[in-house]
Design a binder for this molecule. Structure first.
Ligand code: FMN
Length: 178
């Protein structure tokens, strides 16, 4: 268990992974974290699809024209989706669960990256949500928000530059232009 603030400082998006699998124990820990994420009215509208099959990962990496490449090389892709009929803030609910997965992955020493799906398009102009739903045989009402890639790190990233944080975006008491 790392100090939480150190974990936040050191977590970076990792897009290159070794060929190692993610252990069943680590997968369970990741999903436990996701299933404990807070949701509006405790509605828990999320659904998660776990993919390890390399052909499926390759296909998922084509879910949008740019920025989905890391899926092809990861050990585990977690499709974070939500039932749009269960909660109006389903995007927020799914996003918080995705963030929990990323922070839990960092605590396990695993690399992860958020790959945006919602609102994106494939090279053939198909909605990325539909592409992923079709590929994974998901119902129409279960809409993918993002895919979290997971794997052992094959790249090192520097920690966050704490000295460069945008403190001008913090307004005390009332809005102040800076
Ligand atoms: C909503 C959201 C969408 C993102 N989409 C992608 C993506 O599609 N592909 C990708 O490689 N990274 C994606 N990222 C990762 C960001 O590029 C990354 O978090 C950002 O550059 C800051 O870097 P850091 O995570 O290392 O601090 C996304 C992150 C967020 C929060």
């Amino acid at each position: 268990m790392t100090d939480f603030h150190d974990l936040i400082v050191n977590r970076r998006s990792i897009r290159k992974y070794t060929a190692d699998e993610v252990s069943a124990e680590d997968v369970k820990t990741l999903m436990e974290a996701a299933l404990m994420a807070p949701t509006s009215k405790s509605s828990r509208p999320w659904q998660f699809v776990l993919v390890e099959d390399s052909a499926k990962l390759e296909a998922l990496s084509k879910c949008k024209e740019h920025g989905a490449g890391p899926i092809a090389g990861c050990a585990l892709a977690i499709i974070v989706a939500a039932d749009v009929e269960k909660s109006d803030p389903w995007i927020e609910d799914a996003s918080i669960a995705a963030t929990y997965i990323q922070l839990q992955a960092a605590d396990l020493g695993l690399g992860s990256c958020w790959i945006q799906v919602r609102g994106r398009y494939t090279v053939n102009d198909l909605e990325s949500e539909t592409y992923v739903q079709n590929l994974l045989e998901m119902p129409d009402t279960i809409v993918p928000v993002c895919i979290i890639t997971i794997g052992r790190k094959a790249e090192e990233r520097k920690p966050q530059a704490v000295e460069k944080l945008q403190w001008e975006k913090v307004h005390i008491g009332t809005w102040t232009e800076r």
